[in-house]
Each structure stands twice: as structure tokens, then as C-alpha cells.
Design a protein around this ligand. Structure first.
Ligand SMILES: Cc1ncc(COP(=O)(O)O)c(C=O)c1O
Length: 419
């Protein structure tokens, strides 16, 4: 929820100005370089960013794409998913996750999330897979739609990793391809108990998609995305797909797309990538400060939970309260920005009425969607601003608790009277 600009002491939900003003020289230098070389599409600025981002993610390849949505679509298309297949994902994510699945010609089906991490729940995925049938050729068939199930897209939402060991083990058992939606998780890390080491988001699936939408931890000054993979064949296929299906100019092996990233955006991203580890560390510090400040609060506010195997990069700082809409209105009144990520789970969106899910099908996601609120979170957020955010959240929640406690005391009397 945005707040009015002319309010003194307003605290924005995110700050897209300060980091860009701080890097103004470097960023305008990128633009100047493009003007002076005429290198607007492809070329060294794109390749240098791709190499740097692959190395940041500990993958062999990164392929710069025009958006995160297209990155995910291309990753799904080249990973062996056929039109008509089912790709399993979560309902608690941005619609781009399922748009990419549909645009690849596949059908999304959903499994519920874990109520503490808000990410794909491995037990629910296991239940879903156990309910599938096998056809004569041994293909895994969805009990829900009768279609072949071939891939799973775990989403590292809010910057926190999915429990990937569990998902990868199930995928291996059932012969599924795993494509990570890492659009909100640049630099997040997962401790794989199986491999006994920390691993970066985007390095664990067959391929992964990242978004560089401006508000992301690494954001472009416009639209941008990337696929990461350590499979050179997949990388080449994606490069073709993003460029009209051509590996050589005007020799088209397949029909592709115009899904390239502008050289200017790649140059800007490269300049910002240098600062990403520092910005992520600052986000983690801000999250720790929120946890510390909220520690005095009662159970009316549910704080983000970080399992020991996850190092979240806190793209968003999401709490849960009983009266979410009331809290957001209060925050708006006192000049504090907040948001809901996301208010309606995908299985209940009008756009997916054709999939015939009903209210109650995925209860954990449904309950979360009704209670979550994202508080201001960005590297430049100050301790004073955080103290004010927490003070206002607690001021509102304690009023709410008092009101309800009073109502509880009052209600038996009312019941007596009407009896
Ligand atoms: C989880 C998730 N998936 C996919 C996307 C799509 O990325 P883009 O907006 O760059 O197309 C986003 C971006 O908001 C996202 O948050």
C-alpha cells in the first residue's frame, strides 16, 4: 500500500532512488558507453554480465533474458516439458510462475505450502505424487487431470530457499525435472544435508529463472531476467529461443521469441551486481533488527521463520496478523508503506477458474494470503525507521487484542441475556 509523498517522516515500502543516486556515475557511464559504441543489443556488455552472474550463482552458464517470466518460460520449454504436460508448483507465488508454465504449453497443478516458510511443502508434494497413476508406458499421470506430470517448479519466495534436498529427492524418485523459480532469491543459500555444503539459489535445479524487475534484490532500470544452468546444451537452446530460434543470423532451427536483454540493462545490472552481496547482508541485518524489535511483542504478530538450512536474502519481510487490512490502513494513515504478497492464491484466481480448484483445496496458502503483510524492507532502511514501523505495528495490534479481549469478556453476558 503506497503512502502519500508529502507526509513528513513517511517510510516507503521500498527505496528505488537512493541506490541509483549513489551509483549515478557508474550507471550513467554504462549509458554513455552504449551511446558511444552503438552496442544496444547483445555484445560484450551482455556477455560480461552473464559471466559475472553465473559466477555469482555458482553455475556454469547464465543467459540474460528480457524478463523473469520469459526466463522461466524458456527454462521450462528446453527442459523436456511437452505441451499438454503438468508442471507442479505452489499457489502462493506471483502469477508469472504459472503464466510461464501455461505459456510453455503446459498446465499448472498446485501443492500446498509449508505454513512457516510459505514455500513448497515437500510432504504435500509427496502426497500429490503418491496419488498419481502410471500409464502403460510407465508415465506418471495426474489423478486430477489425467495428464503426464513431468516437472516441478519450487519458488524461493520472499528470498527464502525451498527445502531443496527433499524436493530433489522426490523429483528423482518420480523422474521429474526441477526448475527453480529464483526470481525473488538472488544470492539466497541453502545448506544441502545431502551434499554437506551451502548452495546458491539457481544452482540446484536443472535450470532456474531470475527476475531483475527494478524492486528485486538485483534490479534493472527496466525489465530484465536470466536463466542459470550448468547444462551447456540447455544454455545453447535457451540462447536460440531468446533470439528467434537462430544460432547464426537468419538461420532459424526453430521458431523462437524476441526474449533478449538490452545491452544497457545488462551493463546496469553488472554495475549493481558488484554491490549485491553487501545489499543482501544489509537486508539480513534489517531482518535481524526487526526480529529483535518484535521480540517484545506477543503472539499476535507472527514473524518470518528461517530454518537452519536457509540463508534468506529477505527480498520481502512478511509478518502475519489477525487483522491484516486494519493494520495496513493504520500504517497508511501514519505514513508507512506496506504490501500484500499475494492477496489471492493462484488456484482461486479468476484466470485459473478453468483448473477447477475450490476454496479449501489448499488451506495453508489460503490462510496465509488472508493474514500476511509485507513491511518496509530495503538495504538503506534505517534503525530509526524500523523502530517506528515496529512501534506502529504493535500499537495497532495491542489495540486489536484489547478490543477482542473486551469482546470476549462481553460476549458471555450477551449470550446469557438472549438465552
Ligand atoms: C516469484 C516470481 N516469479 C516470476 C516473476 C516474473 O519476473 P518478471 O516480472 O521479471 O517477468 C516474478 C517477478 O515479480 C516473481 O516474483
Amino acid at each position: 500500500m503506497s503512502v502519500s509523498n508529502n507526509m513528513p517522516n513517511r517510510i516507503p515500502f521500498l527505496d528505488l532512488i537512493t541506490p541509483h543516486v549513489e551509483l549515478e556515475q557508474e550507471l550513467t557511464g554504462v549509458f554513455r558507453k552504449a551511446l558511444h559504441t552503438g552496442g544496444f543489443i547483445g555484445g560484450p556488455m551482455v556477455e560480461e554480465f552473464e559471466n559475472a552472474f553465473a559466477s555469482f550463482c555458482n553455475t556454469s552458464h547464465s543467459i540474460a533474458i528480457s524478463s523473469g517470466t520469459d526466463a522461466l518460460r524458456f527454462a521450462i520449454m528446453v527442459s523436456g516439458v511437452q505441451p499438454g504436460d503438468v508442471v507442479v508448483t505452489v499457489p502462493h507465488t506471483f502469477i508469472a510462475t504459472t503464466e510461464a508454465i501455461s505459456q510453455a504449453g503446459a498446465f499448472p497443478e498446485f501443492v500446498d505450502i509449508d505454513e512457516r516458510t510459505y514455500n513448497m511443502c515437500a510432504e504435500r508434494l509427496q502426497e500429490y505424487l503418491e496419488q498419481c497413476k502410471r500409464d502403460q508406458s510407465g508415465k506418471l499421470i495426474s489423478r486430477r487431470s489425467g495428464r503426464p506430470v513431468t516437472a516441478v517448479v519450487p519458488v524461493h519466495l520472499y528470498g527464502q530457499m525451498v527445502d531443496m534436498d527433499a524436493i530433489l529427492a522426490l523429483a528423482q524418485k518420480y523422474g521429474l525435472t526441477v526448475i527453480e523459480d529464483a526470481c525473488q532469491a538472488h544470492g539466497a543459500e541453502y545448506f544441502s544435508r545431502k551434499q554437506n555444503r551451502w548452495m546458491k539459489a539457481g544452482s540446484m535445479g536443472r535450470a532456474a529463472a531470475f527476475s531483475f524487475y527494478p524492486g528485486k534484490n538485483l534490479g534493472a532500470c527496466g525489465e530484465a531476467g536470466a536463466v542459470t544452468t550448468s547444462d551447456p546444451v540447455l544454455a545453447d537452446k535457451i540462447k536460440m529461443l531468446r533470439d528467434h530460434g537462430q544460432a547464426k543470423k537468419y538461420y532459424h532451427d526453430v521458431e523462437g521469441y524476441n526474449g533478449r536483454l538490452d545491452a544497457i540493462q545488462a551493463g546496469l545490472l553488472h554495475a549493481k551486481l558488484v554491490h549485491l552481496a553487501k545489499w543482501n547482508a544489509q537486508r539480513r541485518e534489517r531482518a535481524a533488527e526487526y526480529q529483535r524489535l518484535f521480540a517484545a511483542a506477543d503472539e499476535a504478530v507472527v514473524l518470518p521463520f528461517e530454518p537452519s538450512w536457509s540463508r534468506s536474502v529477505y527480498h520481502l519481510y512478511v509478518i502475519r496478523v489477525d487483522d491484516r487490512d486494519g493494520l495496513m490502513n493504520h500504517l497508511k494513515k501514519v505514513g508507512i508503506g506496506s504490501g500484500i504478497h499475494y492477496p489471492i492464491p493462484l488456484h482461486l484466481q479468476k484466470a485459473y477458474a478453468r483448473l477447477k480448484y475450490r476454496l479449501g483445496d489448499l488451506p495453508v496458502a489460503e490462510k496465509a494470503a488472508a493474514e500476511i503483510v509485507s513491511l518496509p524492507m530495503f538495504p538503506q532502511l534505517t534503525a530509526e525507521q524500523q523502530a517506528r514501523v515496529v512501534e506502529e505495528v504493535l500499537r495497532f495490534s495491542s489495540k486489536f487484542i484489547r478490543k477482542h479481549a473486551d469482546a470476549e469478556v462481553a460476549s458471555p453476558v450477551t449470550a446469557d441475556r438472549t438465552a
